[in-house]
Every structure is written in C-alpha cells, then in structure tokens.
Design a protein around this ligand. Structure first.
Ligand SMILES: Nc1nc2c(c(=O)[nH]1)N[C@H]1C(S)=C(S)[C@@H](COP(=O)(O)O)O[C@H]1N2
Ligand SMILES: [Mo]
Length: 326
C-alpha cells in the first residue's frame, strides 16, 4: 500500500477527541454490567444506549442490540478518528481524502444484487437488507495491513444470513464482493492506483463464519460515507483491505476471485490476508501495530495477535501453510 509520510517523518500525529471516548467508556461499563446481568430489562438498556449515542448528532440513528459475545476489552476508537483516518481509494489515497471527498457518494437509493452460483438470485434494496436479520452491535478490532488498528462498534448481522437467503449451489466455493466504481461520485476512480471496481473475496467457509459481518452502521448510526456507506463487509481476523466498502454486488463463484490488491501486487497482498504477526509484509514487519488515538510520541506499539486475536477462526485453516497462503 502507499504509505505517505508527513514532512516530520512520522506517518501520523493524531488528535483524538475526548468526548466520544468518554461516551463510549461509560457505555462500555454499561455493557459489562449488562453482561453480568446487573442491568435487566430492555427499556432501560434502550435508554442508556440513546444517552450514550446522543453525542454523535447528524447521521440517521440505527438501533441495534449489543451482542455481548463480541465485546472487546479494548477501548473503542473515537468516532472522530474512525471517520477522518480512512482508506477508501475511490476518494483518494490520503487518509484524509475519504472524509473530505466522500460527500459526493449517494448511499440512497442503493441496491445490492446477489448472483452467481445461487438458487435464489436476489436484488435487495437497503430496507430489505436492514430487515433481512436482526441488527446487532459488535465491537471489533480492525487491523490495517499498514500497521495500525482501530476498535469500532459496528452494526450489522452475520453474512451467513445472506448465504442462507441466496441458497448457494454446490458449485459455490467462494464469495466475491464487488464495490461501486462511479466516476461521477468517486473522484479517485479516475486514478489508476487500483483496478476498478474494488473487488474482494472470501472462501465460502470464511464468508459463512459468524464473525463475518454484513455491516450497515457504526457508533449507533448508519455508516458514514467514508466508512463504506451504505453497506460493507467487516472481516475482523483479516487485514482491513478484505473489508470491502460500498458493496453493489455479491457473487457466489466456483473459482478464487481476482481481488483488487492481489492484482495490484500479488507478492505483497495474498488472497487470504489473515492478520499474522509471524508473516512479515515484504516491506515491513507485521509484529506490532499502532492503535489509532494512542499515538503520542511515547506510546508503545501493541503486539499484533494471530488472527487479530480472533482465535475462533483457527480451525478454518488447519493443515494450511499460512506462510504460503498469506
Ligand atoms: N471499496 C473499498 N473498500 C475498502 C478500501 C478501499 O480503498 N476501497 N480500503 C480498505 C482498507 S485498506 C481498509 S484498512 C479498510 C478501512 O476501513 P475504515 O476506513 O472504515 O476504517 O477499508 C477497506 N475497504
Ligand atoms: Mo488497510
């Protein structure tokens, strides 16, 4: 990936906002209490949630029940940081470009077509997507291949619900995610940094894993444009680039998809791209990471965890050489 450096030599002095963090800290202790059973009743839960989210005014709210099986002990990244430090090359390659330029994306009306090796091809508009399964809030760590990570309260449901609805045939071995590439809405698509549209893919069992999240919102709101509105995928045990934004097509296919980053540089970006501290990127180590919002000059980097800490996916790869299938 293109890593740009500031003239001062560090690739990012990062101002973090205090308020959203305080909000999320109070909310987190609330979730913990909820998990411990010391808060009962969904009306109360609803009220506390509203209170916690009142700070992020602006975008339409999206209600979702926290799924307490997916709560991390890590402090969530400030909303401000998660929405101003982004990779979304359709809007430019600087981290600040998506926040500055994604206003031209029109996330509504939107349809996603589900096609290929399926018994039930579907074209779903946003309302149908929102209603396909109950929305859950899940706090996931997302680690970019560039060596930074964030902790984000996403809203969505397991992608396995889409698989169930589409009824793939026995020929379906992989899922391909095709994202919007519209020059009128996306100024970066005129630049040849990647082949457009941005395509990503998963093996069928990866796509079916409960962790794989069809994502429609974050921080209690619909997805901001720069984070992949109106619908993206989030695959938390893989490097961030597998989590394709602004998806328009989901194809069930026989063969391993040709993905944007793999086409751009197959030596550096493999199809699997599982977070793996033991397999370095050809140009840098993957052993540690910088948590966005923690980067003062004196902050120690964090150790990167195998599968980004999501050990429950390890069984998907038994017998595979993860140095070869990077
Ligand atoms: N369509 C599209 N999806 C994309 C990208 C992109 O450039 N285009 N960048 C990826 C990369 S490299 C990362 S790290 C994540 C960043 O997601 P975030 O900005 O919501 O944190 O989005 C991924 N999804
Ligand atoms: Mo990334």
């Amino acid at each position: 990936m293109l890593i740009k450096r500031n003239p001062n030599g560090r690739d990012l002095p990062f101002p973090s906002e205090i308020t959203p963090r305080e909000v999320f800290e109070s909310r987190r202790s609330f979730i913990k209490q909820l998990a411990l059973g010391s808060i009962a009743g969904s009306a109360l839960a609803e009220m506390a949630m509203r209170e916690a989210f009142a700070q992020n005014a602006g975008a339409p709210k999206l209600a979702a029940k926290p799924n307490t099986s997916f709560v991390l002990m890590d402090k969530p990244t400030a909303f401000k940081d998660a929405t101003t430090y982004n990779n979304f090359y359709e809007f430019g390659t600087d981290k600040s470009d998506p926040a500055r330029h994604a206003g031209s994306l029109k996330p509504r009306p939107w349809t996603v077509s589900i096609e290929g090796e399926v018994k039930k091809p579907l074209t779903l508009d946003l309302d149908s997507l929102m209603k396909l399964a109950p929305l859950e809030e899940r706090v996931y760590r997302l680690r970019c291949v560039e060596g930074w990570s964030m902790v984000i309260p996403w809203i969505g449901y397991s992608f396995s619900n889409i698989i169930k609805a589409a009824e793939p045939t026995g020929n379906a071995k992989f899922v391909e995610f095709v994202t919007l590439a519209d020059k009128k809405q996306m100024p970066g698509v005129t630049s040849p940094v990647l082949e457009w549209p941005y395509v990503e893919g998963l093996r069928m069992d990866e796509a079916n894993h409960p962790l794989t999240l069809l994502t429609l919102g974050m921080y209690g709101e619909v997805l901001p444009n720069q984070n992949g509105a109106p619908v993206r995928i989030v695959v938390p045990w893989k490097y961030g680039f597998k989590s394709a934004k602004s998806i328009v097509k989901i194809r069930f296919v026989k063969d391993q998809p040709q993905t944007a980053w793999n086409i751009a540089n197959p030596q550096e970006y493999g199809f699997y791209s599982n977070v793996n501290p033991n397999v370095d990127h050809p140009r840098w180590s993957q052993a540690t990471e910088r948590r966005i919002g923690e980067d003062s000059f004196f902050t120690r980097k964090r150790k990167t965890l195998m599968f980004n800490g999501y050990d429950q996916v390890a069984s998907l790869y038994t017998g595979m050489d993860l140095k070869k299938f990077f």
